[in-house]
Write a protein that binds this ligand. Structure first.
Ligand code: PMT
Length: 416
């Protein structure tokens, strides 16, 4: 897919610094440069020393129309001698390059490069330029799946996300090492889409939204848990709709098997208490609680598996924190949107929940229906706020999410 297939092209005259690190997926970058230029972006390319083993600087130089460097000293020398050869009058030193960029995209980003950036190292051209820049940074990891899942890599990724770095992918599939798993560089179309989105200005542009989604799991013993049938579809559709409106979306998700929208910051949790910590850390300017949160957890989780016996088994449960209520009770709360999952008396229960939790809006769904609610692709909602109500008739969760986000946007503006 090229950017022209995306709603609008926002890449014209945008300055994209593509930083390529040394992985086999680097072979895909010449086509990425070509497509970026075709979309109207200005592109400069830098490479790590090992990236040159996978793609030639000359190819990238011809496609971008500018010199491509991997060596810090070579770049500084070229910048000082503008007449050295034909193309080098466009050479900048690494500080100028760092200031020039509107966005820096590191693709592919190896585990080594990710570690260096997370640690703030500056021992080559790529890492030094990154450290010297205040531009937005987007990272598209590509590596063997064990390396990606390694605790060290995941910690580095979390740290980078907390600093506002956008992580794109990785995708799952066949890897260069022959294994199948997570670690592939996402397709160029996904990178273009993420860059395009970065520059889009929607009605919620720059607004921070936190959305909770999916179920939570409360362990009973080391192998069992209490959970529910939430698939995450409704919450993920909301994240996508909010992102399309330009919002910065943090998606705090319980265990689900669907892929998050590109560019959304995903925080994966298991239990209600983990979800509570993640949401309280940053509930944004708008908080939408779509997760089906367990109301209780086991008071004491045994260390060993509970053995089967013929006697009645009694589990003692303690209440979980009410995440939504706590968010709404903060000194300066965000605009709060709750969901009510009911099997009867929808309006009455929803309005009670709205009052009891002190929230701004509630989206109520009947979860006993055969065509909507938990795990269905469709839903219907009755949405209530202080002085209004709207019925969202049966439609796909993607459409319902767009309609709900539009109501949220209107009410958010009136309360600002
Ligand atoms: O994920 P899907 O399969 O797409 O299904 C979507 C959905 C049916 C899960 C979704 O539309 C929905 O209704 N989500 C809320 C489910 C729920 O837990 O509702 P509740 O009525 O029990 O809770 C009321 C509100 O309080 C919810 O916003 C919930 O996120 C929040 N809550 C509840 C308990 C708790 N301890 N903390 C909370 O924040």
């Amino acid at each position: 897919m090229s950017v022209k297939n995306v709603v609008t092209n926002h890449l014209t005259n945008r300055r994209v610094l593509l930083a390529i690190s040394g992985g086999i997926a680097a072979y895909k970058t010449p086509e990425l440069v070509r497509q970026l230029i075709k979309s109207g972006a200005e592109v400069r390319v830098i490479m790590s020393a090992s990236a040159g083993q996978f793609v030639t600087p000359l190819t990238l130089q011809v496609l971008s129309g500018h010199p491509v460097y991997s060596d810090l000293f070579e770049l500084e020398q070229a910048a000082e001698q503008p007449d050295h050869h034909e193309q080098q009058n466009s050479a900048m030193n690494h500080i100028e390059l760092a200031r020039w960029a509107d966005v820096i995209l590191i693709a592919p980003a190896t585990a080594n490069t990710i570690t260096k950036i997370a640690q703030g190292m500056a021992d080559d051209l790529l890492s030094t330029t990154l450290l010297a820049s205040t531009a937005a940074i987007m990272i598209a990891p590509a590596m063997n799946s064990q390396m990606w899942l390694a605790e060290a890599t995941q910690k580095n990724i979390t740290q980078l996300q907390q600093r506002g770095t956008t992580i794109i992918g990785p995708a799952s599939g066949e890897l260069a090492c022959g294994e199948i798993g997570e670690g592939r560089l996402v397709e160029n179309s996904v990178l273009l889409q993420a860059l395009n989105h970065h520059f889009s200005e929607g009605p919620l542009s720059g607004v921070q939204i936190t959305i909770s989604a999916g179920p939570t799991r409360e362990p009973i013993d080391p192998v069992r848990y209490i959970s529910n049938r939430s698939s995450g579809k409704m919450g993920y559709a909301l994240a996508e709709a909010a992102q399309r409106m330009g919002a910065d979306v943090r998606l705090v998700s319980g265990p689900v098997s669907i892929t998050p929208p590109v560019g959304v910051t995903l925080i994966q949790v298991e239990s209600a208490r983990e979800m509570h910590s993640a949401v309280m850390e940053n509930s944004g300017e708008i908080f939408i609680a779509c997760a089906a949160v367990a109301d209780y957890h086991l008071s004491e989780v045994p260390v060993q598996k509970i053995k089967k016996s013929n006697s009645v088994l009694t589990l003692t449960l303690s209440p979980n924190p009410d995440i939504l209520k706590e968010v709404a009770q903060q000194a300066t709360p965000p605009f709060t949107v709750g969901f009510a999952a009911e099997t009867e008396n929808l309006e009455k229960h929803a309005l009670n929940k709205m009052a009891q939790k002190g929230i701004d809006m509630i989206a109520a769904n009947l979860v006993g229906d055969v065509d909507s609610g938990f795990d269905h692709d469709h839903n219907r909602l009755s949405v209530y706020w202080r002085d209004g109500v709207s019925q969202l008739e049966l439609a796909s969760k993607k459409i319902i999410a767009e309609q709900l986000m539009s109501l949220v946007h209107k009410q958010f503006l009136t309360q600002k």
